[in-house]
Design a protein around this ligand. Sequence first.
Ligand code: MLT
Length: 204
Amino acid sequence: MSGELNYLHEFVPGSSARTLLLLHGTGGDERDLLPLGRDLDRDAALLSPRGNVLEDNRRRFFRRLAEGVFDQEDLKRRTDDLADFVVAAAQQYGLDRSKLVAVGYSNGANIAASILLRRPEVLRTAILLRAMVPFELEKLPDLSGVRVWIGGGKQDTLIPRENTERLAEMLSDAGAEVTAHFFEAGHSLTSVELLLAHRWLSAS
Ligand code: MLT
């Protein structure tokens, strides 16, 4: 469905050239991260799609076989679908794609990481909150010029710190400029990390 806006979504126009692509976690929807997006950047446009996979009535961006075990075929397909949506939405709303920043939480962070690795032309900047390695790769893409801020929870039982660290290493080996912080937190976000992410974004 390339070229069509094939995801239900919220779009909030902004007063700057930047757009935050907000990607919610499992069980969320397109409205979930709007306040967080506004806290991160009060001037940016907000583009927030709704995950189109249902797991026990909870929305996600791709299927999984078990906690932390992803359905790789589905992940591939949905990564392309979402990347195509972003390109089509940018065209429809007149957004500058070079100023697009993905902000993903949990399942949303994982599909953002998947877009970075599989469709690197679509995203140049990302804030990944509670992310893990989406898939293994033999050959890394060239992510030079890409900037990524990663926030992990030291006590996160869903996403082990080592896994997030491996993702940070993978992105950095691919040439991205990666900033990773681990907080005294579990899977839920803390105000301290959002403040740090906000500062990082403001300095970009
Ligand atoms: C995922 O399935 O993407 C991760 O395990 C995080 C989650 O959504 O629980």
